[in-house]
Ligand binder design. Structure first.
Ligand code: PLP
Length: 216
């Protein structure tokens, strides 16, 4: 089933869009089935789960961290992940920088935007983005590659469209006003229920769980 699901989505994706399989709670076998069917990016929310699959997928797919990252988990995350999508503070970026320097790595990151401005959610508010990007750009072992957002949780993908639109505007603004040491290449938005809308609004990385693996 996973293989069919992956192929059905990949078939319809525009060439410039990358599918990340959001793999929380899934087994290594399920993840490998998705990779065999064509998935090139695995997203993990929990450091233990990222560590558990890292060896099995090495050389087959890249590993993105897509959950909320606690500072005491940064060391492991830096060791096993290729991209951290959820950086939302200078303090977290500084810890990533410190741990990356220690293993002579430059860690690619996305800045997570709290596009819904929901107090209980992670991510930085759009109005604070530019200052954060400028501060993080100074860190030698961290490289900003783009932006990520979740948007408010809803069953209706039209409800979330304005939040994707605002995040895409932030992305474009940073692209149009380049900051040294920052690459605005990746715009990660959209999940099972909202990825089509996200692509319409400019996403080039989508994170899909349920539609590939079934209900959790
Ligand atoms: C689980 C998860 C997804 C995928 O959600 P689905 O609705 O299952 O497709 C995407 N992004 C993040 C950050 C997630 O935690």
């Amino acid at each position: 089933m996973i293989s069919e699901n992956v192929k059905a989505i990949l078939d319809k994706l525009p060439d410039h869009v990358t599918l990340a399989a959001a793999a929380k709670t899934r087994s290594v076998d399920e993840i490998l089935e998705a990779i065999d069917a064509g998935v090139t990016v695995i997203g993990q929310n929990y450091v233990q789960e990222a560590v558990a699959v890292a060896d099995a997928i090495k050389g087959k797919a890249s590993l993105h961290f897509i959950g909320h990252l606690q500072r005491n988990k940064v060391k492991k995350t830096v060791e096993v992940c290729d991209l951290i999508e959820t950086v939302d503070s200078l303090k977290l970026a500084e810890e990533i920088n410190r741990r990356s320097a220690a293993v002579e790595k430059t860690m690619s990151i996305l800045i997570e935007i709290n596009s819904g401005r929901e107090p209980q959610k992670f991510g930085i508010f759009p109005e604070a983005l530019e200052e954060l990007v400028k501060d993080i750009a100074k860190l030698e072992h961290v490289r900003i590659k783009g932006l990520m957002t979740m948007g408010p949780y809803t069953d209706d993908s039209e409800t979330v469209r304005p939040y994707f639109k605002e995040t895409a505007t932030c992305f474009q603004t940073l692209k149009d006003n380049p900051i040294s040491g920052v690459d605005m290449e990746i715009l990660s938005m959209g999940m099972s229920g909202s990825y089509k809308t996200a692509i319409e609004e400019g996403a080039n990385l989508i994170r899909i769980g349920t539609r590939l693996f079934g209900l959790r």
